[in-house]
Design a protein around this ligand. Structure first.
Ligand code: KG4
Ligand code: ZN
Length: 321
């Protein structure tokens, strides 16, 4: 079964063709990221206008790359929520119209759950360990808009265990990057910089929120702000060290909460998804700590950590009777 997926929840306009819920035959993404960079964050009005410009081209390109026409497609899938409403509307209306015009079924998908499904996808040249049918699992989604922990019973049954009470993990990376004047998006640059800032001198607070699976990152972010204001003009001040200490705080909380959920709920598989899943320190720490506890942890291929439509088409496969 070939499913054409469409994703337009934020600043990416994406379309992909996925066969039988696993094989990614095409994965096309147009991004308006550059248009937002000078503002230090996503401007919804600009994002939705770019979606309108890109959508036709991206969908056509995804079919061409898969060497298909609409006749070869069995079903359509689209992101329904969450996301920026102006951006979501472009993909939803496009997909609903396409479904009406072609008579093909349309499956509307939750973007956050799809981020976890990215672990099950296979890119043509990339042979990564795949969790296959290893469920139940604990799923951690960490992106610019969300930090959520799930108990995944099966692909149609996700139980939400906890969410962020303030900033999402990626949002905290982006805001700290702004404080450190590193540009937008903050995650990749902090990740790179932290590699040369290893130190034990600076420690930022973590919010354990004991007894819950919720997260909170705004206290850590504010501590970075106060530290920077106080120390910026001192001769031994190092942005790389601050980036390292901030990243360590966030990574420690994400790692320990996810593994605690695995222990308490007696689950041996941990799935990670969302843009922050690209973070090298998170990957290292989770692989090491999960191994100690006999938990297998899975990250999607790098190309599928950020927003894409292959994850939408892949998850949709499991909703078709
Ligand atoms: O999943 P995504 O593409 O969009 C949302 O659904 O939000 O995630 C984007 C987020 C941004 O906040 C970005 O700073 C973060 O993912 N990100 C990273 C890294 N690469 C992207 N955060 C930490 N380390 C990275 N290497
Ligand atoms: Zn996302």
């Amino acid at each position: 079964m070939n499913i054409l997926g469409i994703e337009t929840s934020c600043d990416e306009t994406a379309a992909a063709v996925v066969r039988d819920g696993v094989a990614v035959l095409s994965n096309c993404i147009a991004s308006s990221l550059k248009d937002h960079q000078r503002f230090g964050g996503i401007i919804p009005e600009i994002a939705s206008r770019r979606q309108i410009e890109f959508i036709h081209w991206v969908v056509g390109e995804s079919l061409a790359k898969a060497k298909m026409t609409l006749k070869d497609i069995d079903a359509l899938a689209v992101t329904r929520s969450p996301g920026l409403i102006g951006s979501l509307l472009v993909g939803l209306c496009f997909a609903r119209a396409l479904s009406r015009a072609t008579g093909k079924p349309l499956i509307e998908i939750d973007h956050i759950k799809a981020h976890l499904y990215a672990n099950y996808l296979q890119l043509p040249k990339e042979k990564l360990a795949c969790p296959q049918n290893r469920l139940p699992a604990i799923g951690l989604v960490v992106s610019g808009g969300h930090s959520s922990l799930f108990y995944v019973k099966n692909f149609n049954d996700f139980k939400l265990l906890g969410v962020t009470r303030d900033d999402a993990a990626g949002e905290a990376f982006d805001k700290v990057a702004r404080i450190l004047e590193l540009g937008y998006p903050g995650g990749p640059v902090i990740d790179r910089l932290a590699a040369s800032g290893t130190n034990e001198e600076i420690k930022f607070p973590q919010a354990p929120l004991s007894g819950t699976y919720d997260f909170s990152f705004s206290g850590t972010k504010t501590a970075v702000l106060y530290y920077t204001q106080k120390n910026k003009s001192k001769p031994d001040y190092s942005v790389a060290k601050v980036a390292y200490a901030f990243q360590e705080s966030v990574v420690a909380v994400l790692t320990e909460k996810s593994l605690k959920a695995c222990r308490k709920l007696k689950v041996k598989t941990l799935l990670i998804g969302g843009g922050v899943a690209a973070n090298s320190a998170l990957r290292r720490r989770l692989y090491a700590r999960a191994q100690e506890q006999g938990v297998d942890v899975f990250f999607p291929p790098m190309a599928l950590c950020l927003d894409n439509a292959a994850m939408i088409a892949g998850l949709a496969y499991h909703s078709i009777g």
